[in-house]
Write a protein that binds this ligand. Structure first.
Ligand SMILES: C[S@@+](CC[C@H](N)C(=O)[O-])C[C@H]1O[C@@H](n2cnc3c(N)ncnc32)[C@H](O)[C@@H]1O
Length: 335
């Protein structure tokens, strides 16, 4: 079966990497059929339920669809492809689309899809049994049958200002969720954030059924994280007031580490030079990480990526421009 992931396009590399890391976590082998900033089309050999469940954890994808076809946006081509890719499932139908192109006219495409797919079916725009989705880009049209929609409003609802304890040091929940996903963590496994601050990573992992451990050098952060985790009714957590150098006193082995290292501007390093702190961080993270486990680390300097390579193997990096004077690098490592 082929599936189409409608990527959010908010970042060049992260949305695709997030999907692939989740497939890896759920042990779903896939072959990439098509991949660009708009979509990821994959071929898998597994039950649809397994793919549907990915919607509960993804953050940089809008929809997951059963892939029908893709082609150039000419009506002739769309008609030919749609006639060859009919839908067997019975029931009412709705045709929906998203036009990401400024040059392609969506109305004719919509009409064509409607003519072919709504034939001899009831149209129900509110609550259809089948939703055919067209994604229009400058170069192509992608057509699929909706399998699942990602609830993206939840990430806005969990923004830092809505939490009992907050500080601007915490990343947007959507980004925190994607970083947790990049670690390929699974439900019931153990994830550690040894620079947990207000608990942003722990919240996103905890809400997905992951057992979370957080630690921080600041007592107030630990108390704040506790308030936040309780607020979201996350039960399976442990919190420790600890310098990164003492983390092995509290934690044995963990499946993943996801953390955003302090960068010494608005987040304290307690006077320690970031270079020295990062070196200590990588060494201690590597010590507690299980073999083959992944660590996703937020860094403020590009050259720090190679410090991590002294202790772990680099898998990929994602550059993120937070604002004009702050670029973050999220590096994924494997032990
Ligand atoms: C960028 S913030 C983490 C923000 C966090 N992701 C959140 O959601 O709020 C970095 C954290 O590292 C902590 N920190 C600084 N030096 C540390 C050290 N040596 N050991 C452990 N934590 C430290 C700071 O107190 C701060 O809370």
């Amino acid at each position: 079966m082929k599936y189409l992931f409608e990527l959010s396009k908010e970042h060049k590399t992260l949305p695709k990497a997030e999907v692939l890391a989740c497939l890896r976590a759920e042990k779903i082998d896939c072959k990439i059929i098509e991949s660009n900033e708009d979509v990821l089309v994959i071929k898998v050999d597994c039950k649809e339920d397994k793919i549907k469940r990915l919607a509960d954890r993804l953050s940089f994808t809008f929809f997951i669809d059963r892939f029908l076809f893709s082609c150039s946006s000419t009506i002739k081509e769309i008609r030919k492809k749609a006639q060859n890719h009919t839908v067997e499932k019975k029931g009412s139908i709705a045709i929906k689309y998203k036009n990401r192109s400024n040059t392609v006219d969506s109305q004719l495409i919509l009409q064509e899809l409607a003519e072919i797919y709504s034939k001899q079916r009831n149209v129900n725009l509110e609550n259809p049994d089948i939703e055919i989705r067209g994604l229009i880009t400058d170069s192509n049209v992608y057509v699929g049958m909706k399998t699942a929609e990602i609830n993206r409003s939840q990430f806005e609802e969990r923004k830092v200002q809505h939490r009992p304890f907050f500080s601007p040091i915490s990343l947007h929940p959507k980004l925190a969720r994607a970083l947790v996903n990049l670690s390929s963590i699974k439900k019931d496994e153990i994830l550690l954030d040894p620079f947990c601050g207000t608990g942003g990573m722990l919240i996103e992992a905890g809400l997905n059924g992951v057992r979370v451990i957080g630690s921080d050098i600041e007592d107030k952060m630990i108390e704040g994280s506790r308030k936040n985790l309780d607020f979201y009714k996350i039960e399976n957590y442990e919190l420790y007031h600890s310098d990164i150098g003492d983390i092995n006193k509290h934690v044995k082995k963990v499946d993943s580490v996801v953390t955003d290292l302090p960068y010494g501007k608005s987040t304290t390093t307690k006077g320690e030079k970031t270079d020295k702190l990062y070196e200590r961080a990588f060494k201690n993270i590597s010590n507690v990480l299980k073999k083959k486990g992944r660590a996703v680390i937020g860094l403020s300097k590009k050259d720090m990526i190679s410090v991590g390579e002294k202790y772990l193997s680099l898998v990929e990096t994602h550059e993120f421009i937070a604002h004009r004077s702050l670029t973050r690098y999220f590096a994924v490592y494997e032990k």
